[in-house]
Ligand binder design. Structure first.
Ligand code: UD1
Length: 402
């Protein structure tokens, strides 16, 4: 079992380069299945979620060639099975990793498929869902909740359907636009991605392409929060500053200086951090995937902050771990009240999930002494070369095998 050992108390400084977006990659990699030829994917993050996704494609019979750590060529024309993916999914279902995902509602995904003529039924004693359609026909779907996954899934189903599909109340995240751009470079006809109405005119076929994935907004935000929490100063490179606006706005409210370049942002928190209230919302609101990192940051801000988690229920379980590190936080339902403290104290904590794990790194970097973080497999699901990148900013962090 691997752990991170972090010796905190030192401001981060220097520069860090952000990689491709996890949430774009995990949708674009399976989307290659739709092509009639090979797709070259660039700026792919080196994370375990991506490896799992490529493994599923290989089990289906696709050829996956790794050109370098961030570039892959997928040839889907050799796909010959859909049984293997079922077996793999079964195995994964038994793992902790998918438990959270399985507990999430997917009614909006199914509503979208139904509007295109697909039926679904529970199989395997309710353990799996079978979705069946003789042919998919364009449909109209109004999403009752703004869902990133359901919007992307309906887009994927609609690109080669007969006729036009309209998604109303669609999610607007940058990775939705990225998936649409990728599919359009393959010959799809998708309009309106990035707004709340997406129109997809089905096409006969899609061809192979070369595509570079957008920078990871959440990875960038995580390093911005870490630099701020340690009262440091650094440049975050290879980002799209527009995608970071909600994070930048909140950091500025905390008194942090954020300067936007063309494809970088610089963060200077040497003057300290002030309290601030945050409510998570679908894009362009403050991302829920930045909420734990923001709470870790506000734990060392001057004054009392309120964070309202309006997207996911039960996304404050990690708070107990922050409290172990000396944070003063009380949680009531979807609201966390954070009384900022001058400094945190070292402790042994657990990464309860991916973004909670990022929050633990941030908090441990603010704690005097040696902290350990366990269950780092969650962090490695979504953070590319995380130890190397934090070290590059001067952090004292090591991965150790226990
Ligand atoms: C994606 C992101 C995840 C992020 C989330 C919200 C990926 C791989 N994951 O997850 O990191 O936290 O967006 O930005 O991109 N809901 C329903 N019915 C559905 C689907 C969702 O009620 O059919 C609800 C969920 O319970 C949740 C809200 O909608 O309260 C948002 O979920 P959704 O946007 O679908 O999240 P994911 O796409 O799973």
């Amino acid at each position: 079992m691997d752990k991170f050992v972090v010796c905190g108390g030192k401001p981060l400084a220097g520069e860090v380069t952000i990689c491709g977006a996890k949430n774009a990659a995990v949708a674009i990699i399976p989307a290659t299945i739709l092509a009639d030829g090979p797709c070259r994917l660039e700026n792919i993050p080196d994370i375990s979620d991506v490896k799992a996704m490529f493994e599923i494609l290989q089990k289906l019979g696709a050829s996956v060639e790794k050109v370098d750590d961030n570039t892959y060529i997928v040839d889907p024309t050799t796909i010959n099975s859909c049984e293997a993916v079922f077996d793999l999914a079964r195995n994964m279902r038994a793992s902790y990793y998918l438990l959270g995902a399985l507990l999430r509602p997917i009614d909006q995904h199914l509503k979208g498929f139904a509007s295109m003529g697909a039926d679904h039924r529970l199989i395997d004693s309710g353990d799996a869902i079978e979705v069946k359609a003789d042919r998919l026909i364009g449909g109209y779907v109004y999403m009752d909740v703004v869902s990133v996954g359901a919007t992307m899934n309906v887009m994927l189903a609609a690109v080669k359907a007969d006729g036009t599909t309209i998604i109303e109340n669609a999610a607007r995240e940058p990775h939705i636009v990225d998936l649409a751009n990728f599919l359009n470079t393959m010959g799809a006809n998708i309009k309106g991605a990035g707004t709340d109405v997406i129109k997809i005119q089905g096409v006969e076929s899609l061809h192979g392409t070369t595509y570079s994935i957008i920078p990871d907004q959440i990875e960038a935000g995580t390093y911005m929060a870490a630099v701020a929490a340690t009262k440091g100063r650094a440049v975050i490179k290879n980002v799209t500053p527009k995608h970071l606006e909600s994070i930048t706005a909140k950091l500025r409210e905390m008194g942090v200086m954020v300067c936007e370049g063309d494809d970088s942002v610089s963060v200077d928190a040497t003057a300290g951090i002030k309290r601030c209230n945050i409510k998570t919302m679908p894009h362009p609101g403050f991302p829920t995937d930045m909420q734990p990192q923001a709470v870790a940051l506000l734990s060392v801000a001057e004054g009392t902050s309120i964070v309202n988690e309006a997207v996911w229920e039960s996304r404050f379980q990690y708070v107990d771990q922050l409290i172990k590190l000396g944070a003063q936080i009380s949680v009531n339902g979807r609201i966390a009240i954070i009384d900022g403290v001058k400094s945190l104290t070292a402790a042994d904590v657990e990464a309860t999930d991916l973004r909670a794990g990022a929050a633990m790194i941030i908090a441990a970097l603010c704690a005097d002494g040696e902290s350990t973080i366990s269950s780092i497999k969650y962090i490695e699901r979504g953070y590319d070369r995380v130890v190397e990148k934090f070290k590059g900013l001067g952090a004292d962090i090591e991965k150790v095998s226990v």
